[in-house]
Design a protein around this ligand. Structure first.
Ligand code: NAD
Ligand code: ZN
Length: 254
């Protein structure tokens, strides 16, 4: 029987090998196999918790209540997660020269922990806290979360995780770097993103408009699949990573 996943992996590998500038765009799905559930859908975080804790006005008015839940989700639960084979595959692709950058919507730091260097964090990072008054940034592992809410060392004001809350703008640097990837990439690899959170979700469409070939890895169809995807690898990312790297390492895919 024709193994369509294998055929598509080989097709994708061939495209990547002849590309000049490959960029990956990742979402919550790439971390599912690390044990971090997505926000929405079956088993999603918002099935259990109220998303209002990540609403900036609510957080500022109720810092203690918000921090109790934030600590539980992002530092006790997410905090224990380790990179999986899909994060490692992208790190390896970068070190072998096949991948220039990752634009991630994730805030879990797992790409960096897997060894990726050029990671553009479109929504920020949970491992850093930022002061709501003076903008001072502190690393989470220097902060005692035994005493909530955590306060800025410099000005004693409230600290907030340095990822964007609902309604907040995209960090300027990340936005600009992403635009430059969109302009320069001739291949975009989408991994584990449904394409439903704007403005991040526009990036693959913009890349396609600029001529990029779109490779997508996802066990389900997404907003991209029937619109812009050229090669759809319908699979869990961690499960095909090994095969993907092998296809890239094979001298000839003809
Ligand atoms: P999403 O939840 O909208 O979509 C997840 C996608 O991943 C789905 O299309 C699903 O089919 C796919 N998927 C599930 N398991 C997979 C696997 N093993 N391999 C590959 N794909 C898999 O995620 P999104 O598009 O990133 O949007 C959600 C928003 O929530 C983002 O803004 C993100 O910042 C945030 N978020 C981040 C984390 C994290 O940091 N790990 C976790 C939850 C949510
Ligand atoms: Zn401060």
């Amino acid at each position: 029987m024709l193994d369509i996943t294998k055929v598509n992996i080989e097709k994708a590998a061939k495209i990547i090998k002849s590309a000049k500038h490959v960029t990956a765009f990742t979402g919550a799905g790439i971390s599912v196999e690390s044990g971090i559930p997505p926000f929405r859908g079956d088993g999603g975080i918002w099935g259990k918790y109220d998303p209002k804790i990540l609403d900036l006005p609510y957080f500022l008015a109720n810092p203690l209540d918000s921090w109790i839940v934030i600590k539980e989700i992002f530092y006790e639960f997410f905090g224990k997660a380790k990179p999986n084979n899909a994060h490692k595959m992208l790190a390896e692709m970068e070190s072998l020269g096949w991948l220039k950058a990752i634009i991630t919507q994730n805030i879990d730091n797992l790409h960096q922990e897997a060894g990726s260097k050029n990671v553009i964090e479109f929504h920020g990072n949970s491992k850093i806290l930022v002061c709501t008054n003076c903008g001072n940034k502190e690393l989470i592992n220097k902060i005692n979360l035994g005493k909530l809410p955590p306060k800025c060392e410099k000005c004693k004001s409230l600290l907030k995780p340095d990822f964007i809350f609902f309604g907040e703008g995209i960090p300027q640097n990340a936005y600009q770097q992403s635009q430059s990837e969109v302009k320069n990439a001739d291949v975009f690899i989408l991994v584990g993103t449904s394409g439903s959170v704007i403005p991040a979700s526009y990036l693959p469409f913009e890349a396609k408009k600029n001529g990029a070939t779109i490779i997508e890895i996802n066990p389900e169809k997404t907003n991209y699949t029937d619109e812009i995807t050229d090669v759809f690898i319908r699979a869990k990312a961690g499960e095909i990573s090994q095969q993907f790297i092998e296809a890239l390492n094979t001298k000839n895919n003809d």
